[in-house]
Ligand binder design. Structure first.
Ligand code: GCU
Length: 405
């Protein structure tokens, strides 16, 4: 393992002039040296190679669906959000034939005025889903993290703007969320309480961490939430946008890469291990992220600590895996830790894959001024302000959804 966080963070670079010279491979250059020429070759050959690389080196294998999955409607309110929405709380149960069990809790708001199935935004939340709403009668969630400080009434509604449920409902969208701790409590020793306990007798064994990660568990949960949305008559599951902020933005990208049912993929301030190029070593770097959050990645990712230059890939490969579905990469001007320019550049360099499908890339390699989003199948948005997901971010995401849905 590398140095401690305190040691490693001292060297974090925020000076553009000190970004090392680096080379990026083209996602179109195949393992055998043959260059992908068209969308057919991409979909059938090269895409799978890159996905395998990410599974082995970064986020781990994608666990299967459990032997059984069932949905329990725990509560329903027909006059939610000032009578504009139907609210449901659904417990998604996972079972294995050998008796192992796990569950996650999902909160769903549906616009009441809808005449038929509506598109939806789905994202994992921090803390517990009671922080996303000011309705006092939803249950507290997030208790799967031992000692979760937000598993209490006082935390209700403390992330309202980040979720903007009322605005989504007003615009005719459904909003769904699950607390990420339900899938893998976000701590180094969260393995035993994670979904990996469905699949392994000893989920905390090093051999499980060699194959899997917390980000992999969180992304799997998004796919299982989408399984539920597919059964919900008032949701058009072919039009689901997956979104996430920060570590959950990293997760949204991996979910979009591994599950092609997600029609629009939004990473908000995802930074290192998300949209930002590793090789720029600007803001957070591999050594720093692993010193705090080793469980987010598979163990083989450690070899890139202080060794980003040796990576046979960079995060434009991850964006490419989403092609040709629309992807939005969002940054915040005050969030240098996440390297806004590196986030932008992964979008720039993914464009050649989108081009194979006739889809629009960013059309420029010059960063747009703040608050001037670029809209297209690859979209980039750099909001003025700090690391957060705000109403201004939502304005852009809703505009994209209006365009594509
Ligand atoms: C830390 C971490 C980031 C992460 C962020 C978050 O700052 O270093 O990689 O994106 O937490 O999830 O809020």
């Amino acid at each position: 393992m590398g140095r401690s966080y305190e040691e490693a963070v001292k060297e974090v670079n925020y000076d553009e002039a000190k970004v090392p010279a680096y080379t990026l491979s083209s996602p179109l250059a195949g393992k055998d040296g043959v260059r992908v020429k068209n969308a057919f070759e991409w979909v059938n050959f090269r895409r799978g190679e890159i996905l395998d690389l990410y599974k082995k080196e970064v986020y781990g294998e994608v666990p299967p669906r459990p032997d059984s999955v069932w949905f329990e409607l725990v509560s329903r309110k027909d006059d939610a959000l000032e009578n504009t929405a139907v609210r449901k709380e659904v417990r998604v149960h996972f079972g294995m034939n050998n008796g192992r069990k796990h569950f996650m809790d999902l909160l769903l708001y549906l616009p009441k005025t809808a005449k038929g199935p509506v598109p939806a935004f789905l994202g994992l939340c921090f803390k517990g889903y009671h922080v996303t709403t000011d309705e006092k009668d939803v249950r507290l969630t997030g208790g799967n993290l031992a000692g979760n400080p937000d598993f209490k009434d006082e935390s209700r509604g403390n992330s309202l703007e980040r979720w903007s449920h009322r605005e989504l409902i007003r615009r005719g969208y459904a909003a769904a969320t699950v607390c990420y701790h339900d899938l893998f409590p976000d701590c180094k020793d969260g393995w035993n309480q994670s979904i990996y306990s469905l699949f392994y007798a000893d989920p905390a064994a090093p051999s499980v961490h060699e194959k899997h990660s917390a980000i992999g568990a969180w992304a799997w949960g998004l796919s299982r939430a989408l399984d539920y949305l597919e059964t919900e008559p008032m949701v058009n599951a072919a039009e689901v946008a997956v979104h996430g902020h920060s570590r959950l933005g990293k997760t949204a990208l991996w979910a979009g890469a591994t599950d092609r049912r997600f029609r629009l993929v939004i990473s908000n301030d995802s930074g290192c291990g998300g949209a930002a190029l590793f090789k720029r070593c600007f803001g957070e770097v591999v050594e720093v992220i692993l010193s705090n959050f080793p469980h987010w990645f598979v163990t083989s990712f450690e070899k890139y600590s202080r060794n980003e230059a040796s990576m046979p890939f960079d995060q434009h490969f991850l964006i490419s895996l989403i092609a040709p579905r629309p992807v939005c990469i969002a940054s915040a001007t005050g969030d240098l830790w996440a390297d806004p320019k590196g986030e932008f550049l992964s979008g720039v360099h993914a464009a050649e894959v989108y081009g194979l499908f006739g889809a629009r890339g960013l059309g420029t390699d010059v960063m747009p001024p703040p608050d001037t989003p670029i809209t297209g199948e690859i979209s980039y948005h750099n909001r003025t302000g700090k690391h957060d997901q705000t109403a201004a971010d939502w304005a852009h995401y809703l505009a994209l959804a209006d365009l594509y849905f």
